[in-house]
Design a protein around this ligand. Structure first.
Ligand SMILES: *Cc1c(COP(=O)(O)O)cnc(C)c1O
Length: 339
């Protein structure tokens, strides 16, 4: 039994999801003729109250297309220093859009309206033009941290007042929505554009969605083609996504309970110095100075428990729908018995 806590991307499609994939009607999506992709896009757009959605191969692509659509070369993107768009997309903001970045030091990946206000560049030829604000919810490097929705509304209002576009990297947005008892419609109203991943906690093998108004998605579709993301008969992947949106959202609460249980057992261990407060499905723990984290990771690996170090003294465990109750019991017991 391998207990894989490296990421919530490691999940495999269930038999029911595979059935949905196998029976999906197909067509050429570059021609807009794949009924399964059209169904997924319509469903997602209606969930968020957005006019249109666009199915893409990855969350990196949906974010990068959004940034490309919202900026001109030389413009500045405002985001937290821990943001996926900045840290983990290969420098794509510069590579794809020629834009620069204003990094903010938020609280576990979360920024606020005052910080954004202070970061907006004045109308001065020396300065780049501030054109886009990106937030991430939940915050990956923040340990699955959730925004208070009021703060998102404050930033949204500020963006409107200053004619800045507002995009959310919602790779794990449904984790936040479930944890904070929010609705996707709230997010549709607050943001110009939204990226969500189907391949994280929702359990689909591949795929992300970009949401926005008709004009935006029309441009986004052009850039999806340029970026090489125009897929043909990809409806089986979309059918997995539709299945995930219909069946795997509410159950994220189970992953959150498991993460809380891991937090609880870790917090009693003498080798743990500190833990980020667990809000969703990500546990980030800091080890005491002198603790051999690499040896701990290897020892756990030998017992079939996989996870990563994210810095020399911090590690991350992520719960997901392929962590069964039996695996959870073994995991908690194993950690409990380590000294
Ligand atoms: C995983 C992730 C993405 C997208 O990653 P892909 O692997 O390209 O799908 C974007 N943002 C965050 C916060 C993520 O965790």
């Amino acid at each position: 039994m391998i207990i894989d806590l490296r990421s919530d991307t490691v999940t495999k499609p269930t038999p029911a999801m595979l059935d949905a994939m196998a029976s999906a009607p197909l067509g050429d999506d570059v021609f807009g003729e794949d009924p399964s992709i059209n169904e997924l896009e319509t469903l997602a757009a209606s969930m968020f109250g957005k006019e249109k959605a666009l199915f893409c191969p990855s969350g990196t692509m949906t974010n990068q297309i959004a940034i490309k659509c919202h900026t001109q070369p030389g413009d500045e993107v405002i985001c937290d220093e821990l943001s996926h768009v900045y840290q983990y997309e290969g420098g794509g903001i510069a590579f794809n859009s020629g834009a620069s970045v204003k990094l903010l030091q938020g609280n576990r990946g979360r920024i606020n309206a005052d910080m954004v206000k202070a970061a907006i560049q004045p109308d001065d030829v020396h300065k780049p033009i501030s054109s886009l604000v990106v937030v991430e919810n939940t915050g990956n490097r923040g340990g699955g941290s959730c925004y208070e929705f009021q703060e998102i509304e404050n930033i949204s209002t500020l963006c409107k007042e200053n004619k800045l576009a507002f995009h959310i990297d919602g790779a794990r947005l449904f984790n936040a929505i479930v944890a904070k008892k929010e609705t996707s419609i709230q997010y549709g109203k607050a943001f110009d554009t939204i990226s969500i991943c189907l391949s994280k906690g929702l359990g689909a093998p591949v795929g992300s969605l970009l949401l926005g108004d008709i004009q935006f998605i029309k441009r986004a579709k052009r850039f999806r083609k340029v970026f090489g993301g125009g897929m043909r008969q990809a409806g089986s992947l979309a059918a997995a996504g539709t299945y995930a949106l219909k069946n795997n959202v509410e159950r994220l609460a189970i992953d959150h309970i498991k993460a809380k249980e891991i937090e609880q057992v870790l917090s009693g261990k003498s080798f743990i110095k500190d833990l980020f407060p667990v809000e969703t499905n990500i546990v980030i723990a800091e080890c005491v100075p002198g603790f051999n984290l690499n040896e701990f990771i290897l020892k756990m690996k030998e017992m079939g428990i996989l996870f990563f170090a994210i810095s020399p003294n911090k590690f991350r465990m992520v719960t997901h729908l392929d962590i069964s109750n039996q695996m959870q019991d073994k995991l908690l017991e194993t950690i409990h018995n380590i000294n």
